[in-house]
Design a protein around this ligand. Structure first.
Ligand code: C2E
Ligand code: CA
Ligand code: CA
Length: 437
């Protein structure tokens, strides 16, 4: 609440002296894609535009208080007659903004001006002393509804409701669990084999993060990762997993046990830090791991968003001796510049290359041999993910793809189970005819 400054104190004062016949609510709004506004019209025009909005809001009779609290985000306290229903309330909010935006659109034709807005009623709790908690809840609610409005892209105001409240509580609980798990070192990694389709041998592994709940349950990344990516704590997670992998490999090397090259996944946030590659390399060095045993995977979507940063990170990791894979290739829309401008070691084809859809599979049969050809000429290996049966192995071999990963060989498993499997299958995993091919 601190950063909302005098808004909270003033709002409390207004609410305390207000009459029962009004419904009070918080509006939280921001301008969609304000960056592109600044880009087209310059910073000064941007600042003036924000002042225009502020002035407009201040002059609306329903709005009692306005504060710009962050970049292009505004908070307002507003009131309407107590009998006004939710639908009418939203219609009223929509009216404020469409009138303003229509009047300004002509002055700024290069941008499609839109406002994302969240609305949350300040619940009247008794006794009166609890006004400050009602207000805090309403601000949080309006802010969450603003994000929802942005996500929906419709740019109609969104009212904070019970569903959103349940979702938000679950999100806060998971965020809290994630922070605690980091603090208590309750993350671990599973390993999934990478297999050569020519020899049937395991030639590497991918480390995949898992969270252990206090009661010992294993939680998969889709539960904890999106939130950790959103709040940046994935940076710490990636370092922790890398350190655990290195510690594990180091133990095996010390005991003269086999250790296969193992890849760890890197979140896009590492790209923004120019010293990321050296930090990860430092972890390998600390545990005495030869760089060729520690590989890194970066997803195709990272490349789309921050190409030059990604290129720097990849180049530096490779210069330090670590192989780099481009992950999930084919799940997004990476273009030819992947091949033109980047040097990497393995291209991991997303599992949709094994799609059963007839149209897709026809296209894949044309595409895969060409990708393999390009890869071969540029000294890049191609691995296909998500292989679930023998027929897919045969299909890939027919097309010239000789590295695979997927449930057919093994799901991700705890590291000791992985190495038991490795030792038992060190000669052959059935993936077609051997050894002629
Ligand atoms: P990914 O890197 O593409 O990892 C492969 C995912 O596909 C894994 O899910 C794996 O269990 C699943 N998979 C493997 N074989 C098959 C198959 O044959 N069929 C199907 N349907 N799925 C298969 P998981 O372990 O749940 O990981 C999900 C994603 O979470 C990973 O996708 C990766 O992007 C991310 N992730 C996992 N660990 C880390 C980590 O330590 N750091 C970061 N930044 N991301 C991680
Ligand atoms: Ca991966
Ligand atoms: Ca992948």
């Amino acid at each position: 609440m601190q950063h909302y400054g005098p808004f909270v104190e003033n709002a409390e004062r207004i609410l305390l002296s207000s009459e029962q016949k009004f419904r009070h609510y918080i509006l939280c709004l921001d301008i969609t894609d304000f960056r592109s506004f600044n880009h087209f019209y310059g910073f000064e025009a941007g600042s003036n535009f924000l002042l225009e909005i502020q002035e407009y809001l201040e002059n609306l009779s329903q709005i009692l208080l306005v504060r710009r609290f962050y970049s292009d985000c505004f908070l307002c306290l507003a009131s309407s007659p107590a009998g006004l229903g939710d639908k009418e309330l939203l219609a009223e909010c929509r009216k404020y903004f469409s009138a303003f935006l229509t009047s300004r659109q002509e002055a700024y034709p290069a941008c499609t001006l839109k406002i994302a807005c969240g609305v949350c009623t300040v619940e009247k709790k008794s006794p009166r002393s609890s006004i400050s908690s009602s207000l805090a809840d309403a601000i949080d609610g309006a802010n969450a509804a603003r994000k929802e409005s942005k996500k929906r892209g419709s740019h109609s105001p969104v009212l904070f409701d019970q569903d959103m409240s349940v979702r938000l509580s679950a999100q806060y609980a998971q965020e809290h669990a994630n922070a605690l798990a980091l603090h208590e070192n309750r993350f671990c990694f599973y390993l999934q084999p990478k297999v050569s389709l020519t020899t049937g041998k395991i030639v590497g592994a991918e480390a995949l993060a898992r969270q252990k709940s206090p009661d010992g349950k294993i939680i998969p990344p889709d539960i904890f990762l999106p939130l950790m990516e959103a709040n940046g704590s994935v940076v710490e997670l990636d370092r922790m997993i890398c350190a655990q992998v290195c510690a594990f490999l180091s133990q095996r090397l010390k005991n003269h046990l086999p250790a296969v090259p193992t890849s760890v996944n890197l979140s896009r946030i590492h790209i923004q830090n120019p010293s990321s590659a050296d930090r990860f390399h430092g972890i390998a060095e600390h545990y005495g791991i030869p760089p060729r045993l520690l590989e890194f995977e970066l997803t195709e979507t990272i490349l789309l968003q921050e190409f030059s940063g990604a290129k720097q990170l990849i180049d530096r990791l490779r210069a330090l001796g670590h192989p780099v894979s481009i992950d999930d290739f084919g799940s997004g829309y990476a273009g030819m510049n992947i091949w033109q401008e980047l040097t990497f070691d393995i291209l991991k084809l997303d599992k949709n290359f094994l799609s059963q859809d007839p149209e897709r599979s026809l296209r894949n049969e044309i595409l895969i041999p060409h990708l393999i050809q390009i890869g071969r000429r540029l000294h890049t290996r191609i691995l296909c993910e998500g292989v679930e049966d023998l027929s897919q192995c045969l299909y890939l071999k027919k097309l010239g793809c000789f590295l695979a990963q997927g449930y057919y060989f093994s799901p991700p498993v705890p590291p000791d189970i992985f190495y038991t499997y490795y030792e038992n299958h060190s000669k052959l995993i059935p993936c077609g005819a051997y050894p002629k091919d």
